[in-house]
Design a protein around this ligand. Sequence first.
Ligand code: A3P
Length: 279
Amino acid sequence: EQDIEDEFQKSLKEMISSLLKGNNWGLPDHLYHYQGFWLTPTFLQGVMLAQQQFEAQPTDIILCSAPRTGTAWLKSLTFATITRTSYDDSTTPLLFKTPHDVVPFMELDHAHFSANRHPLLATHAPYSFLPTSIIDSGCKIIYICRDPKDTFVSMYHICASWYGPYWDHVLRYWKASLEHPNKFMFLKYEKMNEDTVLYLKKLAEFMGCPFSSEEAQKRMPEKIVKMCSFKNISNLEIENKIYFRKGKVGDWKNDLTPEMSTQLDQITQQKLSGSGLSF
Ligand code: A3P
């Protein structure tokens, strides 16, 4: 089995080295252009291994997103919600682990392919890269996206446009969510920020574990929202500074010139025109 794995890794490396290469804004790994998206070799290899080996279960809930759009927040909210009968806000693993440790990335953490994992799994993979079992198994997909200008600024602070172009990432999931409305929940960071409790309740319903009236009376949704809030989670003593920067809507105004903002708006308009999606 190890031989097959080694052979697979070798042929992947060869394939990757034949791809168009772009610079990664000073980071050591280059970005490679594959099927319309710019990806690091580590992620590309991870996604391909997942395509080959990951068997989604109908009970799985896959959290999908482009980087810097609220992935960690969505992970903590969904994790706290599905584990609420096992933990409360004083015992949850979220107090001592990052959201990425409790809900791993499919393309990074292949150990979590085992059958006895919890149903949440995350990915930054573009829709067309998802393992076919995710589409065929009937499992649920939650996608989060964010204003392209805030995403751009947030991304700029850590790395290049991984998994981009961002608009193509969002659009493909948007279209898939229209094609399969029962399978998808499509979220926007800004809307979640406006009324997180409302969206948490919708998330719980979608995941098949709605809050009971007794839980609502005990203000369980409000407690989870508070526990997963930027203020609370970014202040925990976990090595997490890269994940939690400002957590604000409209922060792009502090970093983009009017020209840059106009240019990004134009691309957004052009890319999303006719799709029914706007920011
Ligand atoms: P900023 O860089 O604008 O602050 P991702 O988890 O997909 O990489 O997204 C990172 C962005 O989400 C960062 O945005 C980060 O600060 C913000 N974020 C992280 N945790 C959050 C939370 N609990 N609530 C709101 N935003 C959060």
